[in-house]
Design a protein around this ligand. Structure first.
Ligand code: ATP
Length: 228
């Protein structure tokens, strides 16, 4: 059974159609990238699969279960941990409190998150709204992990961060991959992204147009679908 299967996804914002048929699937333990230029539907695909934006047609199956009709919190409880674009933490809670409110039983504990991101341990009693952007991003990832997700989704997790912090986030992603964590990633830094993913699906005007391993991504495909 696949971890995630998305078939024929069509999503509208009001009367304006954003997705015109998105198909892709991923196995347990895979790290998959959703790629494509700005506005091609990556965030909308993620929002649709988490049911934050309902889709008009198509199916999302997670471990064989159809997610149709479920509320976003039910999707989260099934094991999909989303780190949304523009990270949202509870600013008036401390780092530790932010992590603990997300905790569910499973292998991910406060200690393990602190080992993955030692900066969070150093800042444990600080209010999260006093953290740097990069630290807030680490906290957002740590919070998602505390829910012990079968699938972790990272939407632009390194956007707008200093290079050193970006490297720390990519290092954490590689470590998670080594540990067998399934991850779906959207990120604009292609070089780092292609080093870590097993497969990519490219979106063009709301449709999935290419799926393959990073090694199969030819210059022609890059120019056609990813060039600026
Ligand atoms: P980016 O990298 O810029 O985030 P993306 O590939 O994630 O791009 P989406 O954000 O999914 O793309 O946008 C897909 C399409 O849906 C775009 O045409 C966008 O203008 C439109 N869209 C996105 N959000 C909304 C919204 N809340 N209301 C109306 N249209 C929207």
């Amino acid at each position: 059974m696949m971890l995630l299967e998305i078939a024929g996804l069509e999503t509208f914002y009001g009367r304006s159609q954003a997705l015109f048929g998105v198909d892709f699937a991923m196995d347990e333990g895979e790290v998959v990238a959703l790629m494509g230029r700005n506005g091609m539907g990556k965030t909308t695909t993620i929002r649709s699969l988490c049911r934050l934006t309902p889709c008009r047609s198509g199916a999302v199956r997670f471990r064989g279960k159809n997610l149709e009709g479920l509320k976003p919190h039910r999707v989260a409880r099934l094991g999909i941990g989303l780190v949304p674009e523009g990270r949202r933490c509870f600013g008036n809670l401390s780092v530790m409190e932010n992590l603990l409110v997300a905790a569910t039983p499973g292998p991910w504990t406060l200690d393990r998150v602190n080992r993955l991101f030692p900066r969070l341990a150093e800042r444990r009693n600080q209010m999260s709204n006093t953290l740097s952007g990069g630290e807030q991003q680490m906290l957002a990832v740590g919070r998602a992990l505390m829910t012990n997700p079968a699938l972790l989704i990272l939407d632009e997790a390194t956007e707008g961060l200093a290079p050193v912090i970006r490297q720390e986030i990519w290092a954490a992603i590689s470590m998670l991959k080594t540990e067998g964590q399934s991850i779906l990633i959207v990120d604009k830094t292609l070089k780092e992204l292609l080093k870590v993913v097993d497969r990519c699906t490219i979106l063009e005007r709301g449709k999935s147009v290419w799926t393959g391993e990073p090694s199969a991504l030819s210059d022609d495909i890059r120019d056609r679908y990813l060039g600026v």
